[in-house]
Design a protein around this ligand. Structure first.
Ligand SMILES: Nc1nc2c(ncn2[C@@H]2O[C@H](COP(=O)(O)OP(=O)(O)OP(=O)(O)O)[C@@H](O)[C@H]2O)c(=O)[nH]1
Ligand SMILES: Nc1nc2c(ncn2[C@@H]2O[C@H](COP(=O)(O)OP(=O)(O)OP(=O)(O)O)[C@@H](O)[C@H]2O)c(=O)[nH]1
Ligand SMILES: [Mg+2]
Ligand SMILES: [Mg+2]
Lengths: 278, 298
């Protein structure tokens, strides 16, 4: 790079660094990933292919260390999933997809439309409930989200449902009262299901940049996260910021969204993800 | 208020008597890190740093001191000023306005999934109402579950009509809506389209078709302020296909730095027209370069 000048080694590192940065891996995580690469170079390894392999192995370890399967409906009845995230990240759509998987496996699913704020949010979830073969619990717009959660769980317990998935309104971590509302929803769940929610999934837009980590941290403070769903990876974005969330917060990525249709959900495959990234 | 990155940059220059290639290097490096964290496109950062370097090595600015004398600015302050000036310059013009003087004026909203098009459609309608206009909204997203319902709710809230015909394709819908607007005296038509990937050829063709059919006065690219390095890839393709007239950056009430504003402006040459500052329909602001420049630089 002309601006900072340097040796062949510097150029090679600069190149690897750029590959990571344009994939939204971010400065801190890129540094963390390139440290073993620098070490390898210091030990005389200058083969670009081999150095790239060192880089990929480091990234793979970051993801594998925290890999964990979803909690199972066989262990909890009902299995309670709380889905959270910023506006437009893909929560409602992902819930439709996840519900469809459970129904396909013969499980009964209840969806709680706890987004009582955004225009036609419950109508949107209603369409997904129908497509997936799940039951919907909804109140009218403006109702208390906690009340919807309560009713959905009560119904789940009462009817012996296998899974209850709670959809929440999109919110930005900078809006204090909305983050507190999330904590309240968590408390409502624990009242009826003491060891719940069994999964609290942060849905992250795959096109998102460096705000992802502070976002994840804030949401985690409001309601302890158990995993991440990364959406919109069918686009051109690489989703590199999930490496920061994984390595910094030790949260596993459970699913990725690869489209807008009901089947466009895949369990997270670290190797495939890294192959697409670098 | 300088961000840590920017503070670090200027710290490197403290006590220097003048700016040189050598002492600028670490300062530029710090600014680079700060801009990466602000989600500015990597190539745009390179371009920005090259310009700042040139400006910094240029003539040292003199300003009037409190006692009225002309004094040299410190190298540190000269560097800061070079950064802000270059950023504001690259961010482009303010008050570009909205061209809605057609009969009817037509605005087409486009962008990636979930970027805030439908909400911004509502916000623009509210703004136009306050300017004495009579907007008509077109529910041209026939794909997303309850997208039409969503726009209908917004229309009801504002007491603005929403044009929608079940089963009709977006191109025909838009054409009919414009004809309808003319016949009932609505003077601005805002077409809310479905979110789509820039690489989805069929759906991008649909947008090209809509544009070719109704010839909008404005095509607004709506972009989420939290977007990362994908901003340029996406904006470039939308611009190549549609030659949009401007863009809107949404969700700026969050704490994402919004570097996409600089990247998209720089790469497409198109102006930032509006900023979305919240979910409510009154949360739309006209673009102001200084505020956004400060936010991006930190
Ligand atoms: N291409 C693509 N689009 C997606 C994916 N997941 C969701 N979307 C789209 O993203 C948009 C937003 O999805 P929603 O499910 O409404 O997002 P949300 O997080 O519930 O939004 P709010 O409730 O408004 O915060 C919709 O147009 C979805 O179809 C994905 O994996 N790929
Ligand atoms: N906080 C905040 N939220 C916003 C802003 N603009 C839109 N939103 C929210 O972002 C989410 C997505 O907004 P939509 O208007 O549905 O986005 P869209 O582009 O029409 O989505 P698709 O039609 O699915 O592509 C909703 O929850 C909106 O309330 C904004 O400026 N600030
Ligand atoms: Mg939703
Ligand atoms: Mg929409």
């Amino acid at each position: 790079d002309q601006l900072f000048g340097g040796s062949i080694d510097d150029d090679m590192l600069e190149e690897l660094e750029e590959v990571l940065l344009v994939s939204d891996v971010g400065v801190t995580t890129t540094e963390r990933i390139l440290t073993p690469v620098r070490e390898a170079m210091r030990n005389g390894n200058v083969d670009p292919a081999s150095l790239r392999h060192v880089m990929k192995t480091t990234m793979s370890e970051m993801l594998m260390e925290v890999d964990a399967p979803m909690a199972s409906p066989d262990d909890h009845k009902p299995l309670v999933l709380l889905v959270v995230g910023v506006n437009g990240s893909g929560k409602t759509t992902s819930i439709g997809k996840i519900a469809a998987r459970y129904v396909r496996d013969g499980k009964s699913v209840i969806l709680g439309a706890a987004d009582t704020y955004r225009a036609a949010a419950a109508d949107q979830l209603a369409v997904w409930a129908e497509r997936a073969g799940a039951t919907l619990v909804r109140h009218k717009e403006g109702a208390d989200p906690g009340a919807v959660v309560y009713e959905a769980l009560e119904k789940g317990i009462h009817t012996g449902a296998d899974v209850v998935i709670i959809d929440t309104a999109g919110r930005l971590q900078t809006v204090r009262p909305l983050m507190e509302q999330l904590s309240k929803i968590n408390r409502v769940i624990r009242k009826l299901v003491p060891d719940g929610p069994h999964e609290t999934l942060l849905v992250v837009d795959g096109t998102m940049g460096q705000n992802a980590l502070s976002q994840a941290r804030s949401f985690h403070e409001a309601t302890p996260l158990t995993g991440v769903v990364v959406t919109k990876l069918d686009g051109t974005a690489k989703g590199g910021m999930v490496l920061a969330i994984s390595s910094d917060m030790a949260k596993p990525i459970k699913f990725i969204g690869i489209g807008e249709q009901i089947d466009d959900l895949r369990p997270f495959d670290p190797q495939a993800f890294l192959d697409a990234l670098v | 208020v300088l961000s840590r990155g920017f503070k670090n940059a200027t710290m490197k220059l403290r006590g220097q008597t003048r700016l040189t290639e050598e002492n600028l290097k670490p300062a530029l490096r710090e600014v680079r890190t700060s801009l990466i964290q602000a989600d500015v496109d990597i190539s745009v950062i390179k371009d920005f740093l090259a310009r700042v370097k040139e400006k910094s090595l240029g003539e040292i600015v003199r300003v009037k001191s409190p006692t009225g004398q002309m004094v040299k600015v410190t190298p540190e302050d000269h560097f800061i000023k070079a950064c802000y000036d270059e950023m504001a310059e690259m961010m482009g013009p303010e008050d570009v306005g909205l061209d809605v003087d057609g009969n009817p004026g037509i605005i087409m909203m486009v962008g990636l999934q979930g970027s805030g098009k439908t909400t911004t459609t509502g916000k623009l309608a509210k703004m136009l109402l306050e300017q004495g206009k009579k907007p008509l909204l077109v529910a041209a997203d026939i794909y997303r579950p309850a997208a039409v319902d969503q726009l209908m709710v917004l229309g009801r809230r504002l007491d603005v009509p929403v044009f929608s015909i079940k089963g009709m394709k977006p191109v025909d819908l838009s054409k009919m809506a414009v004809a309808q607007a003319r016949s009932v005296g609505r003077d601005v038509v805002i077409i809310d389209t479905a979110g789509r990937l820039a690489i989805d050829n069929a759906l991008m063709d649909e947008l090209v078709q809509i544009k070719g059919t109704v010839h909008p006065d404005e095509v607004l690219f709506v972009c989420d302020a939290m977007i990362g390095q994908d901003a340029v890839r996406t904006a470039k393709e939308f611009d190549r296909r549609l030659d949009f007239t401007g863009f809107v950056l949404t969700k700026l009430d969050g704490d994402a730095r919004g570097g996409a504003a600089l990247s998209i402006r720089q790469v497409t040459g198109k102006p930032v027209k509006f900023l979305g500052q919240g979910e409510e329909l009154d949360k739309l602001e006209e673009f102001r370069a200084e505020g956004l420049a400060q936010r991006i630089l930190g």
